[in-house]
Design a protein around this ligand. Structure first.
Ligand code: ADP
Ligand code: MG
Length: 256
């Protein structure tokens, strides 16, 4: 499989931030990740697409060590992911993750949601953490909701809080696993716009999504997975206009 490097000229993407080498993982008899090689450069936006069950979520979860791998290696900014302990907590904090289900702490306010990790993991003092939280909540357009509880917010607002919470940890890379799949249609764009802005600001991002408009406009590279393998990786222009594999052609014919 040939790797295609960053396609958009405005990204200075030379430095390797996330490197997966020959990663394999099984769930019992299921070989869910098969010889995955993937390098994501600093500032690069990689969109991962593929049929349901192809291993996209598992890939994301291995990158921040929510899942272990059987063989191969994963490094974040040159450091191998350790198995456990404080070092793992710190490295995991370098990888922000936003899930399909918003996963906010229901019994904490929006402000507390975005403050907690900064104090506990990043050891910031509470006042500083709250200041940063408010700045980030403003940035994602939910500053006015800071004292509310998650259940009082719309799905789109909750997901933007989840993004702010991840950003509060000052991650080096952000992983998004189908962040808009659980949203009502009218809320999808407000979340995608926040992600677009983040991409423009130079955040390194790995995004699993079925939003092909986002892939076309924000991705430097599209990675197509099927049956636990990276079948194809190309610039969005190349991938959408001229997919090489039959699997990708078939997939695109069903969703476009
Ligand atoms: P995708 O996100 O592309 O839909 P997943 O990574 O969620 O795919 O799942 C890939 C395959 O691994 C699926 O067949 C799924 O059923 C299986 N799988 C995912 N998580 C587990 C688990 N914890 N235990 C066993 N099988 C799993
Ligand atoms: Mg998934």
């Amino acid at each position: 499989m040939t790797e295609v490097s960053a396609a958009k000229e405005d990204v200075v993407a030379t430095d390797e931030l996330v490197v997966l080498k020959s990663v394999n993982k099984h769930f019992g008899a299921l070989h869910v990740l098969q010889d995955i090689d993937l390098t994501v450069a600093r500032g690069e936006v990689v969109v991962v697409i593929g049929p349901s069950g192809s291993g996209k979520s598992t890939l994301c979860r291995t990158i921040n060590r929510l899942e272990t791998i059987d063989t191969g290696s994963i490094t974040i900014d040159g450091k191998a992911l350790p198995h456990e302990g404080k070092e793992l907590a710190r490295l995991r904090a370098d990888v922000g993750m936003v899930f399909q289900s918003f996963n906010l702490f229901a019994h904490k306010t929006v402000l507390e949601n975005v403050t907690l990790g900064q104090v506990k993991v990043r050891k910031k003092d509470k006042k500083q953490a709250e200041e940063r939280a408010r700045t980030l909540l403003d940035r994602v357009g939910v500053g006015a909701q800071a004292e509310k509880y998650p259940a009082q917010l719309s799905g789109g607002q909750q997901q933007r809080v989840a993004i702010a919470r991840a950003l509060a940890m000052e991650p080096k890379v952000m992983l998004f696993d189908e962040p808009t799949s659980a949203l009502d249609p009218e809320m999808i764009n407000e979340v995608l716009e926040v992600m677009q802005q983040l991409a423009r600001d130079g955040m390194t991002m790995i995004v699993v999504t079925h939003e092909m408009g986002f892939a076309r406009s924000a991705a430097n590279r599209v990675v197509f997975m099927a049956d636990g393998r990276i079948v194809e990786a190309a610039s969005p222009d190349q991938f959408f206009s001229n997919p090489r594999s039959d699997r990708a052609k078939d997939f695109l014919s069903k969703i476009l």
